[in-house]
Design a binder for this molecule. Sequence first.
Ligand code: KIV
Length: 283
Amino acid sequence: MKQDPVTAENPAPEKNRSARARVRTHHLQQAKDRGERFSMLTAYEQYAAEIFDEAGIEALLVGDSASNNVFGNETSLPVTVDELLPLCRSVARSVKRALVVADLPFGSYEVSPQQAVATGVRFLKEGLAHAVKIEGGSFYAETIRAMVEAGIPVVAHIGFTPQSEHSLGGYRVQGRGDAAQRLIDDAVALTEAGAFCILMEMVPAATAALVDAAIPVPTIGIGAGNATTGQVLVWQDMAGLRGGKMAKFVKQYANLRNVIAEAARTYADEVRSGQFPGPDHSY
Ligand code: KIV
């Protein structure tokens, strides 16, 4: 079909969302205000970041889940600031549009608000992150206030907080029954302290909906039902790169593990048989 010429009055239609302006914290707020939703995925390196950015994922999380998805640890606890910073820099340099949020790893913010500010500054300055995330409830209100005053946008992560796995007694749903009110109180306190977004993990959908309704800022859920403004998944889970048992809240949209394994097997077979490299791939 013939198309009208592109002029100032008749601009070219946007091909995809990555053609739009950079996503800022206020855009996530606008999403909540307008009743729209946004998506977030973890990313730990250049190509995943590029692909998700081009696919229109609004926010990328350089999660401390790099610990068990990049560095081979069993939990998120061992990963360090010095290990996460280069991953964060790689992601931030690779996106044109997505908001890049970095996790502050376990041990890098709990000691004092001053420690949290110092670590947050490193993630914005050396990691080129646009915002950071810390785990914990209203106990961290003072910490978040100090970080926000220092110019560091903060996402507060409540519900199941993996860095507290040992004190919470393992991976368990949080905010059931009477605990729902505590979660709401936490979210209100952290929002009042200046968190621009509340992330909830493994929380009953009904509790997450109450939390979302109790605060003006956007919420992001992972295993928290669909009343939150945004959703986040670990990308290797979402795309089926990781093997093994998945949490109930994970939906797999591809099976990259099979695709890559099949490519590797075919490559190895062709090398063994002498089929690769053939004339097309030789000088
Ligand atoms: O590090 C991470 O992947 C996270 C998600 C579970 C939200 O914090």
